[in-house]
Write a protein that binds this ligand. Structure first.
Ligand code: PLP
Length: 352
């Protein structure tokens, strides 16, 4: 039976990481709070406002509406729900690239929306022609990914925004993983933000907050209002979140991490992670593997099935892309020493 890892020292495929010590400490302090009930827990509610403002700065959405969600899945579900509720059709559809996270499939199932999945191009980014061909008068939402789960790719967001606008649809950007590295990567980020309606950006991934701390941002209050329901038994009058009781620990740890690390700490972390990714990619290439170029700190390489399984048996926590490549996510806990030790094991196993 597989055991939970006791530390992160062999975890190479997770999109979460060791929380920053200040984030861990803040999470513990706020364990018994519930931002779902702001009248009773005003301190953590104020912290959530702070978290939102910083997330807006990082994501390039000025004065956003939104909240700290349980993760990217909830943020994606809620973004699709906003779009569906606003759409003036009984048969709404959502258009997204095949590189989008599987949480959108859950969202479409729950919301009764037709999901149109379009191919990516040779660089693993949304194929614009395919997106254009798929939108129609019933399209409620176009999804773009900024830091894809398998290859760390960023879709051409401004162009997707134009397609969405022409179709009368909303644009959602899933930056759940990429949001904390893109401000530093030189990628097109802060995408001329008029176009972006909603965004997922998760402090509990590259943001080094404790789980659960996802982020849902919306361009304006009226978008979030689409989600609001009356809350008769609470001191507050309405609630836009999907869950009722929520983790104050996630909120407080997100604020602690972002106050400490934004922007210099995150910039430094991005630099370290990206250097590690490029180093690993080069080492793998030198050994003759096919490697997908790490444009963000995520490496995918074509390593054979038996070797992959042996690495897992040796305790390496690794996973595969849909095409079967090994993927290594260079999260903050992934050090050069760890990667060197991984390569040593790989070499030994390949020698047989
Ligand atoms: N979006 C992207 C791009 C992701 O990589 C992930 C998870 O890895 C999610 C959404 C889902 O996030 P969560 O697992 O926090 O719900």
């Amino acid at each position: 039976m597989q055991r939970e890892p006791q530390s992160f020292d062999r975890v190479l495929s997770s999109m979460c990481s060791e929380p920053h010590p200040l984030a861990r400490e803040a999470a513990e302090r706020f364990l018994a709070t519930n931002p779902g009930d702001p009248g009773t827990y005003p301190t953590v509610t104020a912290l959530e406002e702070e978290a939102l403002a910083t997330l807006g700065e990082i994501g390039g959405l000025e004065n956003p509406s939104g909240y700290i969600a349980s993760g990217g899945t909830e943020a994606n579900v809620q973004a699709m729900r906003i779009a569906r509720n606003r759409a003036e059709t009984r048969t709404p559809n959502v258009v997204m690239p095949e590189s989008a996270h599987f949480s959108f499939q859950k969202a479409a199932g729950v919301l009764g929306v037709d999901l149109r999945i379009v191919p990516t191009d040779e660089r693993f980014r949304a194929d614009l022609e395919a997106v254009r061909a798929s939108v129609d008068a019933d399209t409620a939402l176009v999804v773009g990914v900024a830091g894809s789960t398998e290859y760390g790719r960023v879709d051409p967001i401004p162009a997707l925004g134009e397609i969405a606008r022409d179709a009368g649809a909303m644009l959602h950007v899933d930056a759940a993983w990429g949001g904390f590295v893109l401000p530093f990567s030189g990628d097109e980020w802060h995408f001329g933000h008029a176009a972006v309606d909603t965004m997922a950006i998760d402090p509990h991934k590259m943001g080094q907050a404790a789980v659960p701390a996802g982020g849902l941002l919306a361009r304006s209050d009226d978008l979030l209002d689409e989600l609001a329901v009356d809350t008769p038994y609470l001191e507050s009058t309405s609630q836009a979140t999907l869950t009722g009781t929520r983790s104050g620990a996630g909120v407080a740890s997100a604020v602690a991490a972002m106050n400490e690390l934004w922007p210099d700490g995150y910039r430094e972390q991005y630099r370290r992670s990206q250097e590690n990714a490029e180093w690993l990619a080069e080492e793998l290439e030198q050994r003759g593997y096919d490697v997908v170029d790490p444009t963000l700190p995520l490496v995918a390489a074509d390593i054979s099935g038996p070797t992959f399984e042996s690495l897992r048996e040796e305790g390496w926590r690794i996973s595969r892309t849909a095409r079967g490549e090994l993927r290594v996510v260079c999260m903050p806990h992934v050090t050069r020493e760890m990667l060197a030790s991984f390569l040593e094991d790989l070499d030994r196993l390949e020698r047989g």
